[in-house]
Design a protein around this ligand. Sequence first.
Ligand SMILES: Nc1ncnc2c1ncn2[C@@H]1O[C@H](COP(=O)(O)OP(=O)(O)O)[C@@H](O)[C@H]1O
Ligand SMILES: [Mg+2]
Length: 421
Amino acid sequence: MSDRVQEKDAESVADASALIAPVPRITMHAFCATGATEAAIEVASKDRRLLKAQVTTSSGGLGTALNVLCDQPSPNVIILESTDDRDALLAGLDQLAEHCEAGTKVLVIGHVNDVLLYRELTRRGVSEYLIAPVKPLDIIQSVSELYHAPGTDPIGRTIAVIGAKGGVGSSTVAHNLAWAIARQLATSTVIVDLDIAFGTAGLDFNQDPSQGVADAVFAPERLDGNLVDRLLAKCGDNLSLLAGAAMLDRTIDLTENALDQLLDLLRVSTPSIVLDMPHTWTSWARRTLIGADEIVIVAAPELASLRNTKNILDVLKTARPNDGKPKVVLNLTGMPKRPEIAPAEFAKALEVELAAVVPFDAQLFGTAANNGQMVAEVQPGSKVNTLFVELAASVTGRTEPKRKSGLLAPIIAKFTRRKAS
Ligand SMILES: Nc1ncnc2c1ncn2[C@@H]1O[C@H](COP(=O)(O)OP(=O)(O)O)[C@@H](O)[C@H]1O
Ligand SMILES: [Mg+2]
């Protein structure tokens, strides 16, 4: 090869490489059948474009995948390598589909070049088929395209949590919910404290970040994905915090669309965005609530909460005629000596099913708040913790981890995502 041709080759690789967009904050599990693919994925996982992704690599191909996925939540992306022929590979994938949650993207690395196989894989919703041997850049590019191809939806879902009244525990529910999504469902999550002046997310997660939401909304001209990344405080695996200001040096008089840019940026990079809403009815708070993908209303079992929940439900029904009902969580039930509206009556008056009924537990929630911990850390096995995990599964449309013992109903979700064309 002449020097000029070699130079051109190097240039085109560099061109292709420069065009690959960074991958969002996803989880990815590669089940490799050969050492060569495993090595390529190891290299890919350290690439700058996969920095935000959390990549796990296992050997053993399909067998390992079946073992792992039957009792763990599905990652956002599964890479499955198979050395099988067409029929065996398709049979294996059908088996895997039984353990795979809806929304999971599947990328197959095979060893046969076969148009019929490719067609069958596409029909089953497999996002991409690569033929071994694969290079690290092939993997980076394929995964990037899963999220950046024209017509691909942004990855993030916003979940707004609002209190029917101040002090009913909406922030507490928002934080524990975010924790459950991040930890129990292993989905990257950002909690955004929109009670910008007085919010307690920083305290609840034992964090004292010097920057947060205020820096994003008051500097729209500087706001981009890099700034958002810098404003996030890491709260352990899969969970980051965009804290409020916790300062009263400026008032929070935002315009109606002040949060749009920030939320759009978060939607591009993070699968799950929990919005801890303030108990105010400003134009930006209403817009953010109405624009959320999922809404959780937290209420206490008393009359003011009931009336306000009804009003919020009515506003949302008119503003979101094509969406499902918000989830209503009844918190602080069973407080000693306090007369209260029974959960069944509360639900009946609102014509909703309650998504969770959380008992008043001063000891548990008080300890968590004072220690800057979540309920799951204070009492991992508690009933309250199970309620948060169930709520997390319901608002994300995810299933809970399936136990091998079959205690939880196995939810069979076939590969549903089609490759974006
Ligand atoms: N189920 C509960 N049992 C006991 N205390 C609770 C419960 N839920 C929340 N709390 C406490 O209530 C207080 C107010 O909660 P917070 O989440 O800040 O309310 P909001 O955001 O609705 O104003 C906090 O001290 C919190 O620890
Ligand atoms: Mg609050």
